[in-house]
Design a protein around this ligand. Structure first.
Ligand code: PLP
Length: 377
């Protein structure tokens, strides 16, 4: 039985809504569907303000601009993340300071943050890996004491919560992704959550190429002009129409993924008890969205042998990020820093299993049976 690694979710209303957008004659950003999406994301997240963006990367770029990150600043980031978490700050001239991660969640190890803070630290950018929250009380506590910002990379965290609060709505700013690989998609797309009301106006300027076009659209001024830094961070109405259709089914998509996540957890627990594999964990206080289910093995060799074994049975699994402090760009920028042993090991021993809203229990049984067979062989 073939089990693909990922399959995009489709609500069924996408084409209809995109047709409506075309018929409306308004295809640039700022249309009706964008408003529908932003209202929905704001309600779900509980954030003060949600602005749709072309991607999570754009939302992170906007966050760096909003915080006036500049040459010489330092930003603390987990090394186990996607490049966009750091590029946003590096593009403003800041130096990324890499932190190690926890083996249970692959999230930034909150106990390793304080020792990385210097007089140049301007922000901490926790990444909620797999849609499972970082230890936000500890992280926000440090940030508050030290007077620095928190930018949550919640690319994978739509409809995930920490102690009842939606991911991305807890720090100063949050960034969500609606990339095709996520739980709710627009092909490419994202949103910035602006949790500090005093930043809302500037966020609108920055998203609209550094202009006050929003005030013009609202009839407050008769001509718009250049007022800030910015770029074209606003998505087309066609993408917003697609996303609006997806958001209507977001709860169903998430419920199905969480059920699939729980099914893996239950059916693989015996292998963990036998010491064959290690399973990802959900810390207390976290409600997750089933974005990723990962396991890890004792050695990198075992992980690659398992991946090959599964591929021969048409079960497609994947590792994930290369720790950024070990990448060529970190060396070029001179920010490789010290060894970060947990991320270095986990990056080579972890495997993500197939998970999506349409995965069947038969497919999951085949995945679990194949993993068991690998360890019997
Ligand atoms: C942790 C993290 N941050 C940022 C991004 C970038 O998201 P986007 O593709 O929407 O720019 C990703 C993409 O997968 C990600 O995993």
């Amino acid at each position: 039985m073939r089990v693909d690694f990922n399959k995009i979710p489709i609500s069924g209303a996408e084409i209809d809504y995109m047709r409506k957008a075309i018929d409306s004659g308004h295809l640039q950003g700022g249309g009706e569907f964008m408003k529908i999406c932003e209202d929905s994301i704001r309600k779900t997240s509980g954030s003060h303000c949600a602005l749709l963006t072309t991607s999570c990367s754009s939302a992170l770029d906007m966050a760096a601009l909003l915080l006036n990150i500049k040459e010489g600043d330092e930003v603390i980031v987990p090394t186990f993340t996607f490049v966009s978490t750091v590029n946003a700050f590096v593009l403003r001239g800041a130096k990324p300071v890499f932190a190690d991660v926890r083996p249970d969640t692959l999230n930034i190890d909150e106990s390793k943050i304080e020792e990385l803070i210097t007089s140049k630290t301007r922000a901490i950018a926790p990444v909620h890996y797999a849609g499972v929250s970082c230890e936000m009380d500890a992280i926000c506590g440090i940030a508050h004491r030290r007077g620095i910002a928190v930018v949550e990379d919640a690319a994978q965290g739509f409809m995930s919560y920490y102690k009842g609060r939606h991911l991305g709505s807890i720090g100063t700013l949050g960034a969500l992704s609606f990339h095709s690989t996520k739980n709710v998609i627009a092909g490419e797309g994202g949103a910035i959550l602006v949790n500090d009301p005093s930043m809302e106006e500037r966020a609108n300027f920055i998203r609209e190429k550094g202009t006050n076009r929003i005030q013009f659209v609202r009839g407050k001024i008769d001509k718009y002009t250049w007022v800030d830094y910015g770029s074209s961070f606003i998505p087309s109405e066609l993408l917003a129409a697609f996303l609006a259709a997806q958001l209507e089914k977001a709860e169903d998509f998430t419920r199905a993924r969480v059920e699939a996540w729980n099914y893996y957890a239950k059916n693989l627990s015996e292998l963990e008890r036998e010491g064959k594999i290690f399973l990802c964990k959900l810390p207390d206080g976290c409600v997750q969205n089933g974005h990723i289910y990962f396991i890890s093995t004792d050695t990198p060799q075992r992980a690659s042998q398992l991946a090959e074994f599964l591929k021969a049975r048409e079960v497609f699994v994947n590792s994930h990020y290369a720790p950024l402090h070990m990448c060529p760009m970190a060396e070029k920028l001179g920010c490789s820093g010290r060894p970060l042993p947990v991320a270095e090991k986990m990056a080579k021993t972890m495997l993500r299993l197939p998970i999506y809203s349409a995965i069947s229990r038969d497919q999951q049984d085949w995945v679990c049976e194949s993993i068991r067979d690998f360890f019997k062989a």
